[in-house]
Design a protein around this ligand. Structure first.
Ligand SMILES: *[C@@H]1O[C@H](CO)[C@@H](O)[C@H](O)[C@H]1NC(C)=O
Ligand SMILES: *[C@@H]1O[C@H](CO)[C@@H](O)[C@H](O)[C@H]1NC(C)=O
Ligand SMILES: *[C@@H]1O[C@H](CO)[C@@H](O)[C@H](O)[C@H]1NC(C)=O
Ligand SMILES: *[C@@H]1O[C@H](CO)[C@@H](O)[C@H](O)[C@H]1NC(C)=O
Length: 368
């Protein structure tokens, strides 16, 4: 239960990340920012005595220098006018401010920190910046449980922008368009079942799907244009995966006398992954043999202890523990042997008793 709770908290943290405008980027970090909003990246706590270089791109060879901070002075190297107007580094607090953020700002950045006087390296980390936040990408899908709400802030405020959302896997016709303060759902998306669950809130640029259904899974694309210029300021593709959490986990143990004990773990839910442990440690080859789908284990010899099967998918994780109760073959044989011996002794004793009694009776009659 604790793990499940932990997972939910983690999921919630990821969901709300899109809305935080300050990102702790003092170490390797993934930072989200809403399109059109200010994004604040804390690159270093204290700039005193440091030279800071920010590169665009994680690749050392191909990366381009964005700016350098040296002797408390920031010099921008990139000549892109749109970037020069919107980016600012504040040496007093080590914060990089991007305002307003555009989706072209999305990407990998590398921060190099050197000692000002000696030139010695004091840090080198990578930041992934994601603007226009479906808070996931084509490569890193969003995973949401069936029946739960999906809420994604795509931009700070949609006023003055045109927004198009495409169901990318189907034809080029969009699902909906927001333009001139109106949201229009198109074709098969303009149906009650869809309109009851899907909503775009222009005031805070948020897309809400409530409740999410597994048919909502897919590849989506958002395009955002500036009304006044018609310029494409935001574009993002994201995979949304709506799946059922794992449930009804069950362990079945079969104990055939002649073969190895077989334990099978089963569950409901989408794409469950199984893993095992014995008394809290991972199950080793010495204890058991695992089936290729990891769902069944064949226990070796007289392995005993608490066997745990953990089932997880992208949505949830849960586990079940059982004490291995099957007596092994040796124990069964000993018990069987003891039983036999006891039976034999009993039969022999009985026989002797009877015989004794018979002789007595015979003697009595003879006497008579
Ligand atoms: C930022 O993250 C680092 C590493 O996780 C941590 O040590 C530091 O305290 C964080 N800073 C703030 C301001 O949260
Ligand atoms: C946006 O507004 C809607 C409707 O008022 C609200 O339900 C939602 O929580 C808001 N989202 C954010 C991210 O503020
Ligand atoms: C998007 O399109 C694909 C393929 O046409 C379809 O299977 C999927 O259900 C669509 N998604 C939605 C939310 O309608
Ligand atoms: C089975 O478990 C191993 C190790 O935990 C893992 O590497 C492998 O991907 C799993 N196989 C399946 C089919 O889940």
């Amino acid at each position: 239960m604790k793990t499940v709770l932990g997972f939910l908290v983690l999921l919630q943290a990821t969901f709300s990340q899109g809305l935080q405008s300050m990102c702790n980027a003092t170490q390797d970090a993934v930072c989200y920012g809403a399109l059109g909003g200010p994004v604040h990246l804390q690159l270093i706590r204290d700039t005193t005595g440091h030279e800071i270089k920010l590169y665009s791109g994680a690749d050392r060879i191909k990366s381009e220098r964005v700016f350098t901070l040296k002797n408390s002075k920031t010099v921008f190297h990139l000549k892109t006018p749109s970037l020069r107007e919107r980016w600012q580094f504040v040496p007093e607090n080590g914060i990089l401010i991007i305002n307003p953020a555009e989706s072209t700002d999305s990407g990998m950045y590398r921060v190099e920190i050197h000692d000002d006087s000696t030139g010695k390296s004091e840090g080198d980390h990578v930041i992934q910046l994601i603007i226009a936040g479906l808070a996931c990408t084509r490569q890193v899908p969003c995973h949401v449980a069936v029946g739960q709400p999906v809420s994604r802030q795509l931009m700070v405020n949609a006023a003055g922008y045109e927004l198009k959302l495409y169901n990318h896997t189907s034809r080029r016709e969009g699902m909906f368009t927001f333009k001139n303060s109106k949201t229009v759902f198109h074709n098969e998306f303009n149906t009650p079942s869809f309109l009851q669950r899907w909503q775009f809130v222009p005031g805070n640029g948020t897309l809400i799907i409530n409740p999410a259904e597994s048919t909502d899974s897919g590849l989506y694309k958002v395009e955002i244009y500036e009304d006044s210029t018609g310029r494409l300021v935001g574009e993002q593709e994201a995979v949304l995966n709506i799946a059922a959490p794992v449930s009804d986990v069950d362990l079945s143990i079969s104990c055939p006398i002649t073969a190895e004990r077989r334990v099978r773990c089963s569950s409901n839910g989408d794409s469950p992954q199984y893993s095992w442990s014995l008394d809290g440690r991972a199950l080793s080859g010495a204890d058991a043999h695992l089936s290729t789908d990891n769902q069944t284990v064949l226990l070796k010899g007289n392995v005993i202890g608490q066997l745990t099967c953990t089932v997880s998918n992208h949505i949830s994780t849960t586990s079940i523990t059982r004490v291995l109760f099957c007596p092994d073959i040796l124990v069964i044989s000993i018990i069987g042997l003891c039983g036999c011996l006891f039976l034999c002794v009993a039969v022999v004793t009985c026989y002797i008793c009877r015989k004794k009694r018979n002789t007595h009776t015979l003697a009595e009659t003879n006497e008579c």
